[in-house]
Design a protein around this ligand. Structure first.
Ligand code: SF4
Length: 321
């Protein structure tokens, strides 16, 4: 498989302003030195507790946030330092699906004009062709083309998410970053939307970066899974091995809380001590050391690097060095 996206040592720090003079006083390390590759046609699930930086990572890849450091290579082009003008043709090939489709759809516009908007921005097609394509896309996402003249408030949550997906597909992108696309939906509707996304992946040859906090959703939808903790990628592996035999103590704790049946009995629940530390003052060494039952002296001093410990299995933990 060809590499579609390469993320190299990506960092996104947000400055903290302090005092009445708004002086800079430190920074929130939302994404802290993350590297990975995404291959054409795959679905990489990105999981972690809320605030671990997974959504910021998605937005920084799309250049909605300018990276503090590091590189994002899309189809071999370094897009992280491009001007707005140079970035424009690449933006067309990378789209986002948001968690809350209602707030991302303009409530004063009809569905047709929402779907036609990307064509206007990129000056593509005649008006007649735009209308035809918008109505055709509604059918592809399982909605009646007659809905094109309605407004977002006339639809259910699941239908609105279908419209969000349709809008993301209008420009026929290669990469879709889906940020918690089903977590605001009822469980029965979640499965329908996930099935739709899978069918569309085949039809449009899409590559997904699928961000979610729900490990069971990611299990059914992804080919590989990356686990994030405090802005860092701590484990990256193919789905089957990660769920069968998680390597990083944080992944083990996360999975122990998921009701997934295991041959030979249920997984023993690992209760994590303490809260997630603040990303503006992460612990030294391994960011997980304040909560890890297997913490050693080196863990407090040296940051473990993400290393391949078996074919296709990457982990950032001193236990495997
Ligand atoms: Fe635990 Fe040390 Fe591994 Fe961090 S590096 S997860 S503290 S064993």
């Amino acid at each position: 498989m060809e590499e579609l996206l390469t993320v190299k040592n990506l960092k996104k720090y947000f400055p903290i302003k302090k005092g009445i003079l708004n002086r800079e006083g430190g920074s929130v390390k939302a994404v802290d030195d993350v590297s990975f590759s995404l291959f054409e046609g795959e679905t990489l699930g990105l999981v972690g507790e809320s605030g671990c930086g997974k959504s910021t990572l998605g937005r920084t890849i799309l250049q909605l946030f300018k990276p503090t450091e590091g590189e994002v290579l899309f189809k071999g082009n370094n897009i992280s330092n491009m001007s707005f003008k140079d970035l424009r043709p690449h933006r067309k090939d990378m789209q986002m699906i948001f968690q809350d489709p209602y707030s991302s759809l303009n409530s004063r516009k009809t569905i047709k004009s929402i779907l036609m908007e990307p064509y206007k921005i990129h000056s593509l097609y005649t008006n007649k062709e735009r209308e035809e394509k918008a109505e055709g896309m509604l059918e592809k996402v399982g909605l009646n083309r007659l809905f094109a003249n309605r407004y977002p408030h006339e639809f259910s949550g699941g239908q609105r998410q279908r419209i969000g997906i349709a809008r993301a597909l209008m420009l026929e992108p290669d990469l879709i970053i889906a940020d918690e696309p089903v977590s605001a939906l009822d469980v029965s509707v979640q499965a329908q939307v996930l099935n739709l996304m899978r069918d569309l992946q085949e039809e449009f040859n899409l590559t997904y970066l699928f961000i979610a906090h729900d490990l069971s959703v990611v299990k059914h939808f992804s080919t590989r899974v990356g686990v994030m903790y405090l802005g860092r990628m701590v484990e990256l592996s193919d789905k089957d091995n990660l769920y069968k035999e998680p390597l990083h103590p944080y992944t083990q704790a996360l999975l122990s809380a998921v009701p997934i049946p295991k041959i030979g009995g249920a997984r023993e629940r690992i209760i994590l001590k303490g809260d997630v530390p603040s990303p503006d003052n992460p612990p030294t060494g391994c960011a997980f050391h304040t909560r890890c039952a297997q913490c050693m002296k080196i863990c407090k001093e040296e940051r473990p690097q993400l290393k391949e410990v078996a074919e296709g299995r990457f982990v950032a933990c001193h236990l495997y060095e």
